[in-house]
Design a protein around this ligand. Sequence first.
Ligand code: FES
Length: 98
Amino acid sequence: MSDLFLSQLEQNKPVRLEKNGQSICVARIGHEVFAIGDTCTHSDASLSEGDITGTRIECWLHGAEFDLRTGVALTLPAVEPVKSYPVHIVADSITIEI
Ligand code: FES
């Protein structure tokens, strides 16, 4: 069963998805879709409200950047990574593996 449809996702406009009790930030970049934990590891801010540059997403609250491909924290003040979830795309259908 699909979690989202590719046609619903605008380029570089992340969305928040709730699945199995997890908040997930989903972002489409080109033909790829990435899914990482939505809660910034610095404090309690939603990464899906941040801005995307390349494959980085910037937390809107204090500016930490995370790699959308891996969840790794790239800049302070965050140091811990967020989770990274495998994404499966079949035609228009997107499934995120929890
Ligand atoms: S809450 Fe994200 S950088 Fe502070």
